[in-house]
Ligand binder design. Structure first.
Ligand code: UD1
Length: 369
């Protein structure tokens, strides 16, 4: 009988981590049945469906449809909906990725039913417990069985927290697998022509962290800096629903007058913009890694990062999310003060293949050549 594996996706950054895993497991389809469970944490077409098509992910086998809510509501609803799925489908392994509420909720549900859990992108720590994602990371890693890690800091953090070395696998970065896979399509995409932006003459901005967008004064200060930046470079700013809602709620729409504000973009479109950007300004987790791979300067508007290798080896730089600090960092880039970065070890487009082999051999005990 084939070993059934359920991989969980819920929110936008999950899809690009599971897509290469699905391709990698497909090579072993005599031994494994790999199915995708979508919790429905993100439900807008532009936050979800488009990614399935672009990343060549199959329809989810199960859709839980939980939607938005407070953290407790969302986490609890996912657990309630995922438990009967586990009971009925009896997977041999549940794979969770990243650090969103769906990650923790499904890990907790599975382990309590005695189903082993593998955490992909385990061990990352910002050491900032005000971030909901940090709580999700710590709690997921406290209960998971197998830990797939993208960078050496993750191994150190897990070891310090008492995880046995034989359960930790430094495999590289599956999100970079997706990037490598999509890069040829992204280079050919016409979005730059469609928006009328010239290579190297525009900046890509994404902001969605609660700490940056949920407080009116904080958001206003950052939008002011973007309005100034727009006098020098075209500012392309795809708006996450949370940010869009905050801008409306706080009456800040006027600041976008000279900014190219867009709805959330698809994966390939966004990548197509990133590859030719002068630099990127963000508070995202994954974009720090993508810009490091692409060698594009990235100003991350946060005081901490759970992905330190992007600052040590890559092109990422943390900037205090205060207007004057952001202005100073932009001015430095403007003066040409730019670091050339390196791609971290094992970020080579083959992380998911390593994960699939380890899962089969080590976690499921299936013989693979
Ligand atoms: C979630 C993740 C975050 C990740 C981000 C990427 C958690 C704790 N946070 O944050 O780590 O970086 O996704 O996008 O899991 N909304 C819509 N349509 C959607 C989804 C959300 O309109 O499809 C709106 C809702 O009003 C919701 C708000 O956006 O309340 C925030 O969504 P939520 O899923 O709570 O968290 P994100 O901010 O998206």
């Amino acid at each position: 009988m084939k070993a059934r594996i359920l991989s969980v996706v819920g929110a936008r950054p999950n899809y690009m981590k599971v897509a290469p895993l699905h391709r990698a497991f497909a090579r072993y389809n005599c031994q494994v049945e790999h199915l995708i469970v979508h919790t429905g944490q993100h439900y807008d077409a532009e936050m979800s469906e488009i990614f399935f098509a672009e990343l060549e992910l199959p329809e989810p086998a199960v859709f839980l449809g939980v939607g938005s809510g407070t953290h407790a509501q969302q986490t609890a609803r996912i657990m309630l909906a995922f438990e009967p799925v586990c009971l009925e489908m009896r997977p041999r392994l549940v794979v969770v990725v990243g650090d969103v509420n769906s990650t923790l909720a499904c890990a907790l549900t599975a382990v309590k039913l005695g189903i082993p859990v593998a955490h992909v992108e385990a061990g990352l720590r910002s050491f900032d417990r005000t971030m909901p994602e940090e709580i999700n990371r710590i709690a997921t890693d406290a209960i998971a069985d197998y830990f797939f890690v993208t960078e050496p800091s993750g191994v150190e953090n897990l070891r310090r927290e008492g995880v046995p070395a034989e359960r930790i696998f430094l495999v590289g970065n599956p999100m970079i697998d997706s990037l490598v896979h999509a890069l040829p399509k992204a280079r050919q995409h016409r979005i730059r022509e469609q928006l009328g932006v010239r290579p190297g003459q525009y900046v890509v901005v994404t902001l969605h962290r609660p700490s940056n967008v949920d407080h009116p004064e904080q958001l206003r200060g950052l939008l002011e800096v973007l309005a100034e930046l727009a006098q020098w470079r075209t500012v392309v700013f795809p708006l996450h629903p949370r940010t869009q809602q905050a801008i409306e709620r706080f009456g800040l729409r006027d600041y976008l007058r000279h900014i190219c504000a867009l709805p959330p973009l698809g994966y390939v479109e966004f990548l197509a913009l990133m590859v030719e950007a002068d630099f990127v300004l963000t508070d995202s987790g994954g974009i720090q890694e993508e810009t490091t791979y692409l060698g594009i300067p990235c100003l991350t508007l946060r005081t901490t990062t759970e992905r330190p290798i992007t600052c040590q080896l890559g092109t990422n730089q943390l900037v205090r999310p205060e207007p004057d600090a952001v202005r100073a960092a932009i001015d430095a880039l403007r003066r040409g003060e730019r670091r050339s970065g390196q791609v971290p070890p094992l970020w080579d487009g083959h992380a998911a293949e390593r994960i699939a082999q380890i899962v089969l051999h080590h976690c499921l005990g299936v013989a693979v050549e």
